[in-house]
Design a protein around this ligand. Structure first.
Ligand SMILES: Cc1cc2nc3c(=O)[nH]c(=O)nc-3n(C[C@H](O)[C@H](O)[C@H](O)COP(=O)(O)OP(=O)(O)OC[C@H]3O[C@@H](n4cnc5c(N)ncnc54)[C@H](O)[C@@H]3O)c2cc1C
Length: 575
């Protein structure tokens, strides 16, 4: 049943209560209610995704953020590494969470990333070979919207065929596709072609897989997991309701046992309580999960007391070690009018694209917009002072080519046609934090992703910009790429490049690690390898906040895999 107000709930006790119907939360709710004996309530602060056209049309997904009715309209603290700039920091606030508003890129990181999680936690269940079945379980590789022959563009043997999330290759060609593939043939040592970057070995240049179905619709945790499960009598979903606090009614085992959530629709509305007889599962995401732990008295006791919150559990790592991917849109003018800007500038064309998508789910609107990805490492003599990557198979930086102007901090110019080679530091050293501004659950937390706060990351970003220039030296770009835009053109020395990087970098919205997993015996960290919150009972965390290190990839596929494994861990614990 779907409820829109806590007063509609017909009971105040469930076996499991899931906080947040986001990417991970919906996997948990769906998998747990496969057991007919389990009752589950999911509480979501945001609205329903149903009927939101921009959430269905891949090309329009980017219009859902920042600052819309389906996002938490957060901002960061002034970022010292970015010349003190403040960034908008949206997260999904809607059924499906960030999977309803993200850019649909589907990447799994490398074998080394996952094997490092296993090493760091002492749990081989997080290793590449053990997590791969869960990656497959979450997805179905389906035909692209244009049904083109994908031989050589993806390796079906590393993919799932019957999981909920539909993933596919781009179904609308762009005029840079061929130039990019030709570049891999011309510069194979630096930019080798990779048939499938989701095989565990992501390095090279490959076709982007996206969470988009053959019907041209976004596949999110709301559409793919939750919607089909909503008819189950053991699943209730309550939307437009914020969990304000977790409370404890007993400590039979000598440590606090968290079994109750407090919920409200607005700061002034009535508070309701719901109890979980088995577990509370926190899936509120990398910003709100630590916020809710802190509001509930779990964190650094001194800091909590200073805010008038009674400390219940000393766990100083809550909200610490936040990691994110710095992202920089590098732009060039191109000798073409067939770029993405042309659509936004031409209402007739935009209307035609919409009509085509509505007719049969094909065309430009079925395509999120980045048809290839480059994952790379610095060569021997360029190695950074600290290599924070998981190992030789893990990327240090990414180049994301787009046939148009992409920036999250700059408006698209009114004239000119552009190529973007966005660069991102995907194995950063920098860390930030989530802390509380006040004890008001409706106040935004203080978000400091610490972007480029470590000089090593600046160095890697500078090298990544150089690599993107190198990419364009292939003859495939001759006659197409005209010149870099003024900011990039002016960055001719290393000092000028550093200034450019600090002035123009933002984020690609991948915060993780703010409630990180460590080994069971470690006094650091927030959760055990089974994702149970340390020093309490009754409470588990399943979302992007548990990663001990940031995956060197776009993280959603990794979040789904974590949630699929977590669902099995929970089922096993209560079998
Ligand atoms: C704009 C944008 C673009 C992105 N693009 C990509 C991409 O192309 N590819 C990729 O792999 N990743 C991308 N990401 C990142 C990816 O989407 C996230 O890493 C992932 O979805 C996080 O999943 P989660 O389960 O941790 O949190 P979320 O999916 O954010 O879910 C958290 C849910 O909890 C709810 N919630 C929070 N607090 C409360 C509360 N107190 N009470 C009730 N409910 C609450 C939220 O409203 C939300 O629905 C993008 C993210 C953004 C924001």
């Amino acid at each position: 049943e779907l409820y829109t107000d806590p007063s509609q709930l017909t009971k105040s006790e469930y076996d499991f209560v899931v906080v947040g119907a986001g990417t991970a939360g919906n996997v948990i709710a769906t998998r747990l209610t496969e057991e007919s004996s389990f009752s589950v309530l999911v509480v979501e602060a945001g609205i329903s995704n149903v009927g939101i056209l921009a959430a269905e049309i891949p090309f329009l997904g980017q219009t859902l953020s920042p600052d819309t009715s389906v996002t938490w309209n957060f901002t960061t603290t002034p970022q010292a590494g970015l010349d003190g700039r403040v960034l908008q920091y949206p997260r999904g606030r809607v059924l499906g969470g960030s999977s309803t508003i993200n850019f649909e890129i589907w990447t799994r990181a490398s074998e080394d990333d996952w094997n490092r999680y296993a090493d760091a936690t002492g749990d081989n269940g997080w290793s590449w070979s053990e997590i791969l079945p869960y990656m497959k379980k979450s997805e179905s590789l389906v035909a692209p919207t244009d049904h083109h022959n994908t031989t050589g563009e993806v390796n079906p043997s590393v993919h799932g065929t019957s999981g909920p999330i539909q993933i596919s290759l781009p179904g609308f060609p762009s005029e840079i596709d061929e130039r990019i593939i030709n570049t891999t043939q011309e510069l194979p040592s630096q930019f080798p072609y990779n048939e499938d970057m989701n095989s565990g070995v992501p390095l090279g240049v490959g076709w982007t897989q996206c969470s988009v179905g053959t019907d041209g619709h976004r596949s999110s945790s709301a559409t793919a997991y939750l919607e089909p499960a909503l008819t189950r009598s053991n699943l209730d979903v309550l939307i437009m309701t914020t969990v304000t606090k977790l409370t404890t009614s007993s400590n039979i085992t000598g440590v606090p046992h968290f079994d109750t959530i407090e919920i409200a629709q607005s700061p002034s509305s009535d508070r309701f309580q719901v109890t979980a007889t088995k577990e509370i599962i926190l899936s509120a995401g990398a910003v709100n999960t630590p916020q809710l732990l802190l509001l509930s008295g779990i964190g650094n006791s001194t800091a909590l007391s200073a805010l008038g919150i009674t400390p219940l559990v000393e766990l100083p790592d809550v909200g610490q070690h936040l990691a994110d991917h710095p992202f920089l849109g590098n732009h060039w003018f191109v000798n073409s009018t067939d770029t993405l800007e042309s659509i936004a500038r031409n209402a007739t064309l935009e209307g035609e694209d919409l009509t085509q998508w509505e007719a049969n789910g094909t065309g430009q609107f079925s395509d999120p917009g980045a048809n290839q990805i480059v994952y790379s490492r610095l060569s021997g003599n360029e190695q950074p002072a600290v290599d924070a990557s998981a190992g030789p198979l893990a990327a240090q930086f990414e180049i994301l080519p787009v046939n148009g102007f992409v920036s999250f901090i700059e408006a698209t110019p009114n004239t000119g046609n552009f190529l973007t080679l966005a660069t991102a530091v995907v194995s950063p050293v920098s860390r930030g934090s989530i802390t509380l501004a006040s004890n008001d659950p409706f106040a935004d937390p203080i978000i400091d992703p610490g972007l480029l706060s470590d000089p090593t990351d600046v160095d890697v970003m500078v090298q990544a910009v150089k690599a993107s220039k190198e990419f364009l030296t292939a003859s495939a770009w001759k006659g197409f790429v005209l010149s870099p835009t003024a900011d990039l053109a002016g960055a001719t020395t290393d000092a000028a490049l550093e200034a450019y990087v600090r002035n123009s970098t933002s984020t690609v919205f991948h915060p993780v690690g703010s409630a990180r997993m460590t080994s069971g015996g470690s006094t650091d960290g927030v959760v055990t390898p089974s994702l149970l919150v340390k020093n309490v009972t009754g409470l588990r965390i399943v979302d992007a906040s548990i990663f001990p290190f940031i995956p060197a990839s776009h993280p959603q596929a990794c979040v789904y895999a974590v949630a699929e494994r977590a669902a099995d861990l929970i089922k096993a614990a209560w079998a």
